[in-house]
Design a protein around this ligand. Sequence first.
Ligand code: GDP
Ligand code: IMO
Ligand code: MG
Length: 425
Amino acid sequence: MPTTVLVGAQWGDEGKGKIIDVLSEDTDVVVRFQGGSNAGHTVIVGDEKYVLHLMPSGILHPGKVCIIGNGVVVNPVALVDEVNELVERGVDFEGRFFVSDRAHVVLPYHGALDSQREALSTGSEKIGTTKRGIGPAYSDKVARVGLRMGDLVSPDFPELLKGRVENANQVLIAMGAEALDYDDICREYSAMADRLRPYVADCVPILIGALKENKNILFEGAQGTMLDIDFGTFPYVTSSNATAGGACTGTGIPPNRIDQVLGVVKAYTTRVGEGPFPTELLDVDGETLAREGHEFGATTGRPRRCGWFDAVVARYAADINGIDQWAITKLDVLDTFERIKIAVAYEVDGERCESIPASVTKLARCKPIYEEMPGWLTRTSEMTSLEQLPQAARNYLDRLCELTGVEMGILSVGAGRRQTLRIKI
Ligand code: GDP
Ligand code: IMO
Ligand code: MG
């Protein structure tokens, strides 16, 4: 498998973790390039469930190199928790796991600012963040006042931290929140630095070295296209570029060394948090999707909003990511529906609209124009080839590909590794 960027094509939780885990088998290096512990990537191995927030989803495959790239914002406490949990569960990654010394650090005041902003926001101001401090950490990076992993593990850390905690405390107090204690943070984070120091490295030579040796590299996107800071439903987005371009800036891989882009889509749509969602279902069909799909956030446990497949969103994602193939997940969740709808366009202000408007208020007024297809009313989760699928299911998948202009490379019919049909990849 050549150099592949994998991205979510909807609002996150498309099943990226599962697909990365499956593809890791044929990969040498797996790299996270953006986001932070707001991500929750679920990997099921036999009866064991792993929810990875910062660790690349290739970590469960022995021998695969896993990298947290410079574009990620790293909460050291969350990472140490994950490292320790994996070690306890018998996963050995010594010598094959690296964190970029250029990755920015999420500090306690980022989480506090995130939570306080959300608490003070009313109505349309509320974003429904994961409260993991992601927005404030990226804000500090762009404002050039953030600290990086290289700083965390350096002897200068206590000094670098001091003025930053003081500044953050002024803002927190002005916002009506409690000030944080510098000594507590310094003590806790210095301990985290000691635990993480062996893994912190300049990851550029590792990655470029792997490229030169023609190794297979898989770039693991977090969140999804509609949560991208530039192309998503701004301001109801996350604070990083979750689209394919983020793989370059978030790791140092040159654009001309990316061979292919794989988009992950659910066979329907979900969203967590606030913001417009044209195909959202607030009826019994939405409840069925949530129940059959176990649609609860892997990071916050919040119920996910559910709706029909939105081909306008998927087409847009295909365009801006350059998606070569789809990995379509959770087809099995549709097994019990007699009729299934697909949004093929929107109607807004009396006109037909086939693209995603930049204005979030306009998107909120978009009404989906649906096409309806018969369901298959057959259990698909044990099926291992396309030929075994009922004709109605194949017709549905064909229609998704036709409407989006992208072929299907992988089909997933269950959370397990074996419930994966590798069609073209
Ligand atoms: P990610 O954030 O994109 O990695 O996705 P999440 O892990 O947050 O959410 C996807 C959920 O669906 C997880 O619980 C997966 O175990 C599960 N899952 C993935 N693929 C399939 C599938 O094809 N069918 C079913 N039923 N579940 C799946
Ligand atoms: P994975 O990688 C789904 C959403 C939050 C909120 C918005 C901003 O598992 O697909 P943030 O905490 O990032 O500032 O929140 O983005 N969000 C996700 N939704 N899956 C995710 O990650 C998400 N990460 C953030 O719910 O609406
Ligand atoms: Mg998730």
